[in-house]
Design a binder for this molecule. Structure first.
Ligand code: SF4
Ligand code: SF4
Length: 446
């Protein structure tokens, strides 16, 4: 190994350095290659992450098949194969790697992949398909126009349409592509925008929340957000909507388009900060969007006080409900048992380090058992719909679907509605997944 002998792991708590994304060195290809070689060399000697995703097996195969059987035998051009398989789930950093800072090896694999993606993006090496798929709010607002909406859904539903979509855009013909609605959440709930309300504070919560609807929760599955509103209001928590909202920027982050992430930040943060100043906490039902405000934006903009303020006031919905329960403020008057529930804890929720809050809340429902699957679903943003990665995504989801099948549950799903849909797709049960917020609403009999 290129690095000198060092102790295994660190005794101190892991820390994460801000992302140095505005420095010239960040985009320097030679500097990036040097760092990739250093980190790949450490990973090749470690191999703990081999089962997490396809990035690591791709790297280890490249090394093992090279002439020297070391990282120096791998062509630099082949590094992109490793980078392209990374969907920034953060699991390697948060759950496996003993060499993360403050360890002297200072290894942050996901952020190195992010840097490589940003370099690639700046070089203009990006597919049209990926630009379109990551423009979630533009696609959603176009596909949400009633006439267009019918057309998009018809294309989605027909096998000829799907073959055309694969040929023209590289969206795999068998991947599950979500339907688009014209009655978006922000349309049906527009009366909530700008409302005033008083919350009953408890612990770190103010007792009133602004719902960041998210692109998917607005255009694709507004029903889950409607369930969130019903559940929160049943516990006396008023819900408002931000006056305007743009994609949180996570899809653009995964593409390496960091200027677009900044633009999304500039659009969302002032409006969310105003809500925080008015006493509203923020919640969002997509774990990736919460993580964007809790972790990625604060690491990209460590000096921005407004970003830090929003970070301090944004919550996962079940984290919020459990905090309220701790202070006796959660309605526990459940009307219906849920029976046997199994759900996948999504990667971007697990790396928030909030514990198993979804399980804790659902377990409050009488005559209900809750089993968690802590494995990646393989959906991961746009990974599962891409022609070249669909097979990998289906391979990753197989053990998760197998666990669901074995449990023969009354209900299954995921904290991430897209992951839940991908699991159902793997089971041949499209549409049968239920989000935990929908289950909670069911248990309340609302
Ligand atoms: S962040 Fe996730 S997808 Fe990327 S290398 Fe780590 S485990 Fe794999
Ligand atoms: S990211 Fe860390 S734990 Fe994973 S293979 Fe590399 S060195 Fe090992």
């Amino acid at each position: 190994m290129a690095t000198s002998i060092s102790r295994e792991g660190s005794l101190e708590a892991p820390t994460r350095h801000p992302l140095d994304w505005q420095s010239a060195d960040f985009y320097d290809q030679a500097s990036l290659d040097k760092e990739l070689e250093r980190v790949f060399d450490i990973c090749h000697g470690c191999r703990r992450c081999v089962s997490l995703c396809q990035s690591f097996p791709t790297l280890f195969d490249l090394v093992d098949e090279s002439e020297s059987m070391e990282v120096d035998g791998v062509a630099k051009d082949d590094y992109w194969k490793v980078v392209d398989h990374c969907y920034l789930c953060d699991l390697c950093y948060m759950t496996k790697c003993p060499y993360v800072p403050p360890h002297e090896w200072n290894l942050d694999f996901p952020h190195l992949m992010l840097r490589a993606k940003a370099v690639k993006y700046r070089q203009g090496n990006v597919k049209r398909r990926d630009r379109i798929l990551t423009s979630t709010d533009t696609v959603g607002s176009l596909a949400g126009i009633p006439v267009v909406n019918g057309l998009v859904n018809a294309v989605n539903a027909s096998s000829l349409g799907r073959q055309a979509l694969q040929a023209v855009l590289g969206v795999h013909k068998d991947a599950r592509v979500p339907p688009y609605v014209s009655d978006t959440l922000r349309k049906t709930e527009k009366a909530r925008i700008g409302r005033s309300a008083t919350g009953e504070a408890a612990g770190p919560t103010t007792g009133k929340v602004a719902l960041f609807t998210t692109c998917y929760g607005n255009y694709n599955e507004p029903g889950v957000n409607a369930d969130l509103i019903a559940v929160f209001e049943h516990s006396g928590i008023p819900v408002t909507l931000p006056e305007k909202e743009q994609c949180c920027g996570m899809p653009k982050l995964e593409l390496g388009d960091l200027e677009a992430v900044k633009a999304a930040k500039d659009a969302n943060i002032p409006m969310l900060k105003r809500l925080v100043d008015d006493g509203w906490d923020i919640v969002a039902m997509i774990p990736s969007c919460v993580l964007m405000f809790k972790q990625e934006l604060p690491l990209m903009f460590p000096e921005d006080a407004d970003v830090q303020s929003v970070k301090a006031h944004i919550f996962d919905p079940f984290e919020y409900l459990m905090l309220r329960h701790k202070h006796g403020k959660l309605n526990t008057d459940f009307k219906k048992p849920l029976g046997n529930v199994i759900y996948q804890a999504s990667c971007h929720q697990r790396v928030q380090n909030i514990g198993q809050k979804t399980r804790e809340v659902l377990a409050l429902v009488p005559d209900t058992t809750v089993e968690i699957i802590e494995r990646c679903s393989g959906h991961d943003g746009t990974y599962a719909v891409k022609e070249e990665y669909y097979a990998s995504a289906m391979k990753i989801v197989r053990p998760v679907a197998g666990r669901v099948e074995k449990a023969a549950p009354d209900h299954f799903g995921s904290d991430c509605p897209m992951a839940g849909a991908h699991i159902a797709h793997a089971l041949g049960k499209d549409g049968e997944q239920q989000h935990p917020l929908s289950l909670l609403r069911l248990a309340y009999g609302l």
